[in-house]
Design a protein around this ligand. Structure first.
Ligand code: B1M
Length: 216
């Protein structure tokens, strides 16, 4: 059986096939899928982030690591999503305009789904107008916005402002997350909540919908 450290190392090295094999062996040995994600896949990606920042890794290598991580996530997804199938509400999730990072957003979407919510994943580089169109079409309870770049954080404010202009702000909750985002930023732009990680995002969705159903 692979170890979490070996799995993290394969993510760092961008070895997609090896990552998939190691995830499968960890699952076969009875390891918890969420622990495989946090102790192996995310742990590897954290090292990639540090090396990328230090200039020891370049974009093509980071992309290989990202693809490896996604390959591993594909395998654990059905195991996590099968955890709880009841329908707690509908969540629309996307990475905001100008931002192409999707690993964290997909992980958040996956865990929210496993928390019993229906999830519509809009992908990356989603403009405020596209969020608006999707909100009108799908009527979600919550919109979850992800941003990984300080330069794309203002696009979250644009979504909230557009909803205000269209008179829809009180029809849908808006929550935000991503490495550079904070509770303080959520308060500044008038979001309904902030979650630092995927697990907290599930709790936040549950809390927000419980309080809105009490208010109705
Ligand atoms: Co980029 N990148 N990147 N990158 N990249 C970061 C974010 C960076 C911090 C690296 C660094 O310098 N240390 C830096 C941003 C600096 C800043 O603005 N503060 C950076 C940069 C600068 C860039 C480029 C500009 C580089 C360039 O081209 N010169 C460029 C921008 C492209 C663009 O978006 N327009 C770029 C490109 C890329 C790749 C394409 C190569 C690749 C993305 C591939 C992909 O996503 N498909 C990439 C990657 C992989 C990273 C790092 C290394 C890893 C991100 C990741 O996937 N982490 C990242 C460094 C780092 O964060 N350590 C970096 C794992 C993931 C599980 O965590 O995404 O944080 P995370 O998600 C967490 C939480 O944040 C939270 O929950 C998740 C799970 O717990 N969360 C939410 C996320 N979204 C949420 C939404 C919610 C709630 C919680 O809704 C309510």
């Amino acid at each position: 059986m692979a170890t979490y450290a070996q799995l993290a190392q394969s993510v760092i090295a961008g070895q997609r096939d090896q990552v998939r094999e190691q995830v499968e062996s960890l699952i076969a040995a009875g390891n918890n899928p969420l622990e495989i994600v946090s102790e192996g896949l995310i742990a590897g990606m954290d090292v990639v982030g540090v090396r990328f920042k230090a200039g020891d890794m370049y974009v093509p290598e980071v992309l290989m690591s990202a693809k490896s991580m996604s390959g591993g996530l594909e395998i654990v997804k059905p195991l996590i999503a099968a955890a709880d199938q009841k329908n707690n509400g509908k969540i629309l999730i996307g990475t905001v305009k100008g931002d192409l990072h999707d690993i964290g957003k997909n992980l958040v979407g996956m865990l929210i789904e496993s928390g019993g919510f229906a999830v519509i994943n809009m992908g990356v580089d989603v403009s405020a107008e596209d969020f608006l169109d999707a909100i009108l079409e799908h009527e979600p309870d919550i919109v979850a916005l992800s941003a990984l770049l300080t330069t794309t954080m203002p696009a979250m404010r644009e979504v909230i402002e557009l909803l205000q202009e269209e008179g829809l702000r009180d029809k849908v909750k808006v929550i935000i997350g991503g490495a550079p985002v904070s509770q303080e930023y959520a308060d500044t732009i008038g979001a309904d909540g902030y979650a630092p990680d995927a697990g907290s995002a599930v709790e936040l969705c549950k809390r927000l919908l419980a309080s809105s159903s009490r208010a109705n």
